[in-house]
Design a protein around this ligand. Structure first.
Ligand SMILES: O=C(O)c1cccc(C(=O)CC[C@H]2O[C@@H](n3cnc4c(=O)[nH]cnc43)[C@H](O)[C@@H]2O)c1
Length: 212
């Protein structure tokens, strides 16, 4: 299968790259039964959408995989757990009306939620399935966290997922998103984050999935 592995930052997929002697964004590499290209986009929705748009203008694939770390709203998900995002939502796209938030959908201006589109030949059965939101500003205030939960009831959040889904959907390329939990979504306290564990588990899962 022809795979495209997409990450926001190099450190998130460095153990995977090191395992196969790949250097950053790359040409094709053969891993197990797959040919793999790597795209490191930069953090956030705009770099992700730009990089993917540019990539898909000249190249396609059988499956694009967005891999990264994420924050969890759900305290039943353990730090380090690796999840498969089934649905992702652009949480901030819309308009304020006093205390109300009007989503882009409700304004008749487009879709804000997208479902994943797996390739059935690439199995991810063992991963916990979650719903996600994508944000420009990582939540770190009790009130905005309560609002996000009331509006979307998300389990996790990232800064790229929905943009990745959107770009792949536009290019008619199958796509999945795999996120390892590095922190809970709460008042910011970087000391409680476990990026090391999340990155370790994420990369172990990637290697297992590709070598299966
Ligand atoms: O400092 C490091 O060593 C380090 C290693 C790997 C990755 C990072 C990042 O800062 C990655 C940023 C990336 O993580 C996602 N993320 C993580 N937690 C959250 C969150 O609570 N809310 C939203 N996004 C989160 C996000 O997609 C960023 O692109 C640092």
């Amino acid at each position: 299968m022809k795979l495209l592995l997409v990450a926001a930052t190099l450190p998130e997929i460095q153990p995977f790259l090191s395992a196969y002697s790949i250097e950053g964004s790359s040409e094709e590499h053969y891993i197990g039964l797959h040919s793999v290209k790597v795209l490191v986009t930069g953090a956030g929705m705009v770099p992700t959408a730009y990089s993917l748009g540019r990539h898909f203008a000249k190249s396609s694939c059988d499956l694009a995989i967005n891999a990264g770390i994420a924050g969890s709203f759900d305290f039943d998900i353990e730090l380090g757990e690796v999840c498969l995002v089934k649905e992702d939502t652009f949480a901030e796209l819309g308009a304020e009306d006093g205390d109300e938030f009007l989503s882009l959908d409700s304004l008749g201006l487009g879709l804000t939620s997208l479902s994943h589109r797996p390739n059935p030949a690439f199995r991810t059965n063992q991963l916990k399935e979650v719903s996600a939101i994508t944000v420009n500003k990582v939540h770190g205030h009790e009130l905005s966290i309560a609002n996000a939960i009331a509006r979307f009831n998300p389990q996790i959040e990232s800064m790229e997922g929905a943009a990745f889904f959107y770009a792949c959907n536009q290019a008619a390329v199958p796509y999945i998103q795999i996120r390892a939990i590095s922190n809970y979504v709460e008042r910011r306290n970087r000391e409680k984050w476990d990026i090391e564990l999340a990155v370790k588990n994420l990369n172990k899962t990637l290697i297992n999935l590709l070598e299966e």
